[in-house]
Design a protein around this ligand. Structure first.
Ligand code: DGY
Length: 326
């Protein structure tokens, strides 16, 4: 009997596909950085039992309607806002992601972004590299402290908690806002649950880690930036869709906030003439939250295992739409 067909939408570590190849005939789009063209993805979806996808692949109703054999879509990411989960569930298609394995790595990067923005690390590196460093000066490239400041975590899930854990090492006061209380973060990390408005007003570092959903889309508007301290630093390591980017640009232009550290944008990738790149107080990264060698290999293996489990008729390790298995 022929094995089910799985299409992998980007080149991934070869060894991570070993488990998958036992149960499936696997085809890999042979590019590491260039996404698979939409037309080809639609073609492959027509014959695929499994899709191994990236956050840049749109798995929408149009695609799902043309995928009669599809049993599983497994994303190489914890976020799954690129997938129409509702339609997938209606069709009995399992949607899988990669939680847990990336929490610490993403928290490391988020904290690095916070520190780099607060202490103006990127500006300082450029200053040296461009030959501008002539003398030591008392306030040369003076940034803002991190220790003993207040961090406000919007989205206290697994990554948010890992960021808060790091903040305890810097003696920071930790505020958080979340859909529901995170009692473990409160008892173990001393985090205080507050309303969104209070978090925005009181925090020195506002760190956005909430997933992109209908409720969180466009959460950070000009009015929200206006409520922040003028010394506040805004960090976004979740999804660009939570921020009204023109409003952030306006807030930075009017010096309503002190800076921003961004790993994500509404449209990715951003081009070199993107208005956010004009600000010296913006640290802009190319969506590398979970990008450590170790973690990306772990994520890739988990995606393969998720698909293999579903194709064998078993419940995968990480499933977004549990209802498909009830
Ligand atoms: C995720 O997994 O959703 C991250 O954004 C990838 O870095």
């Amino acid at each position: 009997m022929r094995k089910p067909f799985v299409f992998v939408t980007r080149q991934v570590p070869e060894e991570s596909l070993v488990a998958l190849k036992v149960v499936a005939e696997v085809e890999v789009w042979p590019e590491e950085e260039i996404p698979v063209p939409r037309e080809l993805l639609l073609e492959k979806a027509k014959i695929a039992s499994g899709l191994y996808t990236m956050l840049s692949d749109k798995i929408d109703e149009e695609l799902l309607n043309q995928a009669p054999h599809l049993k599983v879509v497994a994303n190489l990411a914890v976020g799954f806002d690129n997938i129409d989960v509702k339609t997938a569930s209606e069709r009995g298609i399992a949607v899988c992601n990669t939680p847990d394995v990336l929490s610490d790595t993403t928290a490391d990067l988020t904290f690095a972004l916070l520190m780099a923005t607060g202490r103006r690390v990127v500006e300082a590196v450029d200053y040296v590299k461009q030959g501008n460093w002539k003398n030591w000066a008392p306030l040369l490239l003076a940034g803002t402290d991190i220790h003993h400041k207040t961090i406000g975590v919007v989205g206290m899930g697994r990554i948010g908690s890992a960021v808060a854990k790091r903040a305890t090492g810097f003696d920071m006061e930790i505020l958080y806002h979340n859909r529901s209380r995170n009692i473990e973060a409160e008892t173990k990390l001393g985090a205080s649950y507050v309303g969104f408005d209070e978090l925005i007003e009181r925090s020195d570092y506002i760190v956005c880690l909430a997933p992109l959903t209908e409720e969180t889309a466009d959460l950070f508007t000009y009015e929200v930036f206006q409520s922040m301290k003028s010394s506040a630093i805004f960090i976004n390591a979740s999804r660009g869709g939570l921020v009204v980017e023109e409003d952030l640009i306006k807030a930075l232009s009017e010096e309503i906030i002190a800076g921003a550290g961004l790993d994500v944008y509404r449209e990715e990738p951003i081009s070199v003439d993107h208005p956010l790149l004009r600000f010296s107080n913006v640290v802009a990264l190319p969506h590398i939250g979970s990008a450590s060698d170790e973690t990306r290999h772990e994520m890739a293996s988990l995606v393969s295992r998720n698909i293999a489990h579903v194709l064998r008729g078993d419940k995968p390790e990480a499933i977004v739409n549990e209802e498909v298995f009830k």
